[in-house]
Every structure is written in C-alpha cells, then in structure tokens.
Design a protein around this ligand. Structure first.
Ligand SMILES: [Zn+2]
Length: 163
C-alpha cells in the first residue's frame, strides 16, 4: 500500500529519529571500544578526520586555522625530549604566540576526549588575545573565553566520523 503524504512525512521523521539514535549508539560503541590506550597513529587518524570538520563548522579567527601538534607532555614539548615525563599534564593547550594547538598523547584516551580537546583549543584560536589577557584575572571558572570553549565542546558528537 502506498502511504499518503502525511504518512510519508511521519515516516520520514521516524526514519530520521531512528538513524539519529543508531548513530548515537554507534558513536558510544566506538568510544567504549577505543577507550584504551590509543597509539599515536590512532590519535593522529582521529585528528585528521575530525579537525577539518571542526574548522569548517566553527569559523576560524583572524589568526587562521591553527596547526595541531601531538606531544607527550608539556615538559617534553618545551625541552624537545619527547620521553621526558611530566606531572599535571593537561589534555591540550593553545599557543597564542604561534597559533598552534598541542595535544598531549597520554590524556587522549577516547575519541570523545580528542574531539573535545580539539574543539576547546580551536575555539581559543578564534578569541581575542588582548581580551584573553584581561579575562585571566577573573580566574579559570569565571573566564568567559573558557566558558565559550567548554560550551562548544558539548557538540563533539557532530565531528565523529562514521565512514
Ligand atoms: Zn581553555
């Protein structure tokens, strides 16, 4: 039996809903499967697939799209010795002077974490450097630029590749 117009529309909405749910479940599954120690190559592959989507979705700032670099720790990045062990290593950093994003490999434990870090640091690259310096006085939690970066992170599922 051929569905009538209204039925087609409802069917369409239902199909969209099913696909959306299925996609969410697949994302969750990928996340669980990969929530182990990811290799540098795996992390790089996730960055290479997701980062172009992120920079397309959120408009780049005046400084342009930052390059992404993978490092073991801040200490390793600064010293140039990659096996140097550091404590209190963050997930990532945005380098305001060189317009670069650094991701720290030991903290990149899931697809979600990698994409969140990319979004967070990328959003900083779109922000104003002078305002950033003023905001710092407010403290991390009250800094509107940090809030903006954290809020954007919540859209991470949009940038998961599924093919
Ligand atoms: Zn931040």
């Amino acid at each position: 039996m051929k569905p009538k117009n209204g039925q087609v529309e409802i069917l369409g909405i239902y199909t969209d809903w099913c696909l959306e749910n299925a996609k969410k479940r697949v994302i969750k599954l990928i996340n669980i499967l990969l929530e182990t120690k990811l290799s540098r190559e795996e992390i790089l592959a996730i960055v290479e697939r997701s980062y172009p989507k992120i920079t397309k979705y959120f408009k780049p700032g005046e400084r342009g799209v930052p390059e992404v670099e993978l490092h073991n720790t801040i200490q390793a990045r600064l010293s140039g010795i990659e096996d140097m062990v550091g404590e209190e290593n963050p997930h990532g950093e945005y380098d305001w002077d060189n317009n670069k994003i650094y991701l720290y490999l030991p903290r990149m434990i899931s697809v979600e974490q990698i994409i969140r870090s990319l979004i967070h640091e990328y959003i900083h690259s779109t922000q104003d450097i002078e305002q950033m310096e003023k905001n710092r006085e407010l403290g991390y939690d009250n800094d509107p630029f940090e809030r903006e970066a954290h809020k954007a992170e919540d859209q991470w599922e949009k940038f998961v590749w599924l093919n």
